[in-house]
Design a protein around this ligand. Structure first.
Ligand code: 5GP
Length: 133
């Protein structure tokens, strides 16, 4: 499957590359939440985490950790948001697995805190059983 990110990986469209190896690349997001907002992208166009081999996910998280450190060191980030929109219903626009790393600063006015819901009586135990691994 071709995506905007496979075109970037093939060099067909330009991007500011931060990292590249056999399993993933990292680039700057073209429309940053804050400047320096980066994306770690699997080389293969797995749509979601569920499609991606653990080996690739592990490598991607290693690069996320390095970019998090670089954002603290080079951009004076106080924190980061590390986000995967994992499927269209979760707001994923590009159907090709990628991890956002967004530098954050106190008072920068960005919000990543969804409105919360509440369990009905006894419901949390049902969810616990369903999701127990
Ligand atoms: P999603 O909503 O799928 O999690 O995020 C897709 C991200 O890709 C968005 O933050 C968007 O700004 C970024 N993006 C989309 N097209 C391009 C592009 O052509 N180049 C770069 N560098 N980023 C892109």
């Amino acid at each position: 499957m071709e995506t905007i990110f496979t075109k970037i990986i093939k060099g067909e469209i330009p991007a500011t590359k931060l990292y590249s190896d056999d399993l993933c690349i990292a680039i700057l997001d073209i429309a940053p939440v804050n400047k320096g907002h980066a994306l770690v992208i699997s080389r293969e166009p797995y749509p979601t985490i569920g499609d991606c081999p653990p080996k690739t996910l592990i490598r991607m998280m290693e690069i996320v950790k390095k970019l998090d450190a670089a954002m603290h060191k080079e951009l004076d980030a106080e924190a980061t948001n590390i986000v995967i929109n994992n499927g269209p219903a979760a707001g994923q626009e590009v159907p090709h697995l990628h991890i956002h790393i967004i530098p954050r600063y106190s008072g920068d006015g960005k919000r990543f805190i969804p409105k919360k819901t509440a369990y009905n009586e006894g419901e949390i135990a049902d969810y616990g059983r369903k999701l127990h691994l």
